[in-house]
Ligand binder design. Structure first.
Ligand code: GDP
Length: 294
């Protein structure tokens, strides 16, 4: 994960590390290299500029320049700024209502169905009563995929294979959950290959009908700035609560992880790092920053 960004940042720090003294010229040169590393990692240009301006300003403080190990102090500043960039604190999902509804949205292939299964499995392990609702009515295989996952993790899947009305399936799933005593319904919705008016309208209609306490937007981190742009579009329509970044296991650059929070102003809540049901983690900005710096 993020190997190429890690290499470039460490390359940038090399000129400072081990030095007893650093000058404002060293700081300016290293900060410029950090900015280049971030832009190469597909971080949004404005985000990269803002963070490196802040890093330079902090590093030029006299206390840092004359400190015992100025190179290490510089790396620490970068770590703090990367943590802030990704939101500072970890944020959890809202589970409210009887049943609580969690709506999952995103483009086709982003990993929505896989994530729905993973989240159901995680919540079940926490002792919660979960129902999965299969509302992706356009991709017939999606219902079967969710059913297979449901069986694997021991969570019931509500589906109406013959229905073409996603809103009514979601509503019926909630009624079913009430009847059988399930406390959380995870609604897996349909995606398209690109942002599409019909899909957006449908997800909006499901949102109005089922009033989720949490809307999670799922996005493939490997798509870099496209991920950020898609997030912005979905957020304008859905005002979602959090982002799920998938396929981080294949992302060597890290641009989406580093830019989404600043550009969309919504927290990343989960990261997915593989196809297996266990490959899901809550998102901790500080841990991610440490990982990026290696
Ligand atoms: P959906 O169309 O949004 O429901 O996407 P799917 O859940 O069907 O996922 C699309 C493909 O990506 C599937 O082959 C998944 O196994 C795979 N996938 C999902 N999440 C991850 C992940 O975190 N890492 C990797 N490597 N593959 C993933």
């Amino acid at each position: 994960m993020f190997e190429s960004l890690q290499d470039k940042l460490n390359g940038a720090f090399r000129t400072l590390k081990g030095k007893d003294r650093i000058s404002d010229i060293n700081v300016a040169a290293t900060t410029k290299e950090v900015r280049r590393a971030l832009v190469d990692a597909d971080v949004n240009f404005k985000v990269a500029k803002d963070i490196t301006d802040r890093i330079r300003e902090k590093a030029l403080d006299r206390k840092i320049l004359i400190s015992v190990e100025p190179g290490q102090m510089f790396v620490k500043i970068v770590q703090e700024e990367l943590t802030e960039l990704m939101g500072g604190q970890a944020e959890s999902i809202n589970i409210k209502g009887d049943p609580a509804v969690i709506l999952i949205a995103g483009l086709q292939g982003s990993g929505k169905t896989t994530f729905s299964g993973k989240l159901a499995s995680l919540l079940k392990k926490q002792g919660r009563q979960v129902l999965l609702a299969a509302c992706d009515i356009y991709r017939p295989a999606a219902i079967d995929q969710l059913k297979v996952l449901g069986e694997q993790i021991g969570v019931e899947v509500y589906a109406e294979p013959d229905s073409k009305d996603a809103v009514s399936i979601a509503q019926n799933a909630i009624a079913h959950a009430r009847k059988i005593g399930k406390k959380i319904v995870i609604v897996d919705t349909a995606g398209r290959l690109a942002v599409d008016e019909v899909m957006m309208k449908e997800v909006e209609d499901i949102k109005s009908a089922v009033k989720p306490s949490e809307i999670l937007f799922v996005v493939d981190s490997m798509t870099g700035q496209d991920a950020v742009n898609t997030a912005r579009t979905f957020n304008q329509r859905l005002n979602f609560d959090g982002v799920v970044l998938t396929k981080l296991d294949g992302d060597s650059r890290g641009g989406a992880a580093l830019s989404i929070r600043q550009v969309v102003e919504k927290p990343i809540k989960y990261i997915s790092t593989g196809e297996k049901m266990e490959a899901l983690d809550s998102f901790y900005p500080d841990r991610m920053a440490s990982r990026i710096l290696g």
